[in-house]
Write a protein that binds this ligand. Structure first.
Ligand code: HEM
Length: 455
């Protein structure tokens, strides 16, 4: 029975720092990594993510051909390329995984898959994927509204998945839930600003630099908090080490949210100096996460190396930001602006997702075959999914790691050496195409419910 299940309670202070996801498994007499048979990443989200990853690979190949001068460029394709990763992969996987992850971590009831939410998100994404490159304003307004509606629906869902009050809150293990909620609030703001970029409502809202405001809300806010939440939930399950305690998690959540908030307000108001305290808080929180949750994974092999290296590509640009803000026009604008967001997206976000998403998917994978309905849920609920066949493992391989390291290096070289910009970018996009194709393959290879039924 699914509805109303409770987390296994901690039996000691040390045990209390072990996340509910592992305690529940142990209480059932399973190894810490054994899957909960009633959890899953709904198949529609997985397959849509596969589709967008494959489309992203084709868009990256197109960019490589543009770089070599073999085909003419099209301004709208830059948007498409970036958002196939940020919306097509990151948002899609977040929508698919978060309800299951939160249920695992809080020990609460598992929400059923909502086909309506999948439809809202994907109708919105497809409308934007057509509307933005064509600069078709009604489609942009509609697409943005649908994505925002789906996001608000997910926020309400996660909000309802509150953990049961624990007897000793002081030693309660941290869960990623509040990180996810904060991340999604940033997505609402970032999505609103992004939708308005072509509709021109920036000045009406007093936004001084709308494009930066949008990027800051989504990268420093949405993506960073989402990844932090995944780390909080996954790191202990991956290494069987105690995770972050409540206090440390509160510190990370507070600093990251406030830092990202200041980084959002700075371009919104035109008060650039706000970026300095913002980035300081952001760096402190990320360094703490790195020290406590990422570094201890190092013995786990190439997936951990991928995660370690990817985080350098958010920490390095973050450290450079004060120099850019203080250095003014000399350092910033013309050369950094077109490439900087791509370095963050393909150097940090994509590799971190490549490492964490398969682990998250396997953690919430479902061992039961399709067709089971959660108690208290609607009978028409679609219950498809995959199941885990071993301990959750970080994604990645030696080849993926090498490619992930060279993509941001080549993009950075295109800033530093303008004469090499075209071949460097082409190299980066060929590698990116390979990475996205490999990501699509990884997601496709998650075991099918039919296999689960057979074993
Ligand atoms: C409703 C959702 C979204 C909408 C409507 C939207 C819209 C836009 C628009 C119109 C641009 C400007 C393109 C240009 O300057 O030519 C942009 C740029 C960008 N967006 Fe979004 N966006 C959305 C979600 C996201 C998310 C979730 C992320 C990241 C997690 C993101 C990251 C970026 C980045 C990095 C750029 C800069 C791309 C570049 O110039 O290199 N966006 N977005």
């Amino acid at each position: 029975m699914i509805g109303g299940r409770q987390a296994a309670r901690p039996t000691s202070d040390r045990d209390a720092l072990v996340p509910a996801v592992m305690r529940r498994s142990r209480a059932a007499g399973n190894a810490p990594w054994d899957p909960d048979p009633e959890l899953e990443m709904p198949a529609p989200f997985r397959w849509t993510a596969v589709l967008f990853a494959a489309l992203g690979a084709l868009a990256a190949l197109d960019a490589a051909l543009v770089g070599l001068g073999l085909v003419p460029t099209h301004a709208g394709l830059l948007w498409l390329r970036v958002h196939l990763v940020t919306l097509g992969l990151l948002a899609e996987l977040a929508f698919g995984l978060l309800p299951g992850l939160v249920a695992l971590a809080t020990g609460g009831a598992v929400p059923v898959f909502r086909p309506g939410r999948w439809l809202l998100l994907n109708l919105g994404l497809l409308t934007l994927l057509v509307g933005i490159p064509l600069v078709r304003r009604p489609m942009i307004a509609l697409g943005g509204t649908l994505v925002l509606a789906a996001t608000v629906w997910l926020i309400l869902e996660l909000w309802r998945q509150r953990p049961a009050p624990a007897p000793d809150a002081g030693v309660q293990p941290a869960s990623g839930r509040r990180f996810y909620l904060a991340a999604l609030l940033f997505l609402v703001v970032g999505g609103l600003v992004g939708t308005g970029l072509w509709l021109g409502w920036g000045p009406g809202l007093g936004i001084r630099v709308p494009r930066e405001t949008h990027i800051h809300a989504n990268i420093w806010g949405f993506a960073s908090l989402l990844m932090a939440g995944l780390l909080v939930d996954l790191a202990p399950a991956l290494s069987d080490r105690a995770g972050l305690g409540r206090r440390a998690a509160n510190l990370v959540l507070g600093s990251l949210s406030l830092g990202a908030g200041l980084l959002l307000v700075a371009p919104w108001t035109g008060l650039s100096w706000l970026m300095l305290p913002g980035i300081l808080l952001y760096i402190l929180a990320t360094a703490l996460l790195y020290r406590r949750l990422v570094l201890p994974l190092f013995p786990l092999g190439v997936g951990a190396r991928l995660l370690l290296t990817s985080y350098l590509w958010i920490l390095l640009p973050a450290l450079a930001l004060p120099l850019i803000v203080l250095g003014g026009e000399r350092v910033s604008a013309a050369r950094l602006e077109p490439v900087g967001p791509s370095i963050l997206t393909y150097g940090w976000l994509l590799p971190a997702l490549l490492a964490l998403a398969p682990a998250a998917a396997s953690l919430v994978a479902k061992a039961a075959p399709t067709g089971r309905v959660a108690s208290g849920s609607k009978p028409e609920a679609i219950r498809e999914g995959s199941r885990m066949v071993g301990p959750p493992r970080l994604g990645g391989s030696e080849r993926v790691w090498v490619a992930c390291s060279f993509v941001p290096l080549a993009l950075a070289a295109s800033i530093g050496f303008p004469e090499l910009a075209a071949p460097a970018r082409s190299l980066a996009f060929v590698l990116l195409a390979g990475l996205l194709a490999s990501f699509a393959r990884t997601l496709m290879d998650l075991p099918d419910p039919a296999d689960a039924a057979a074993t």
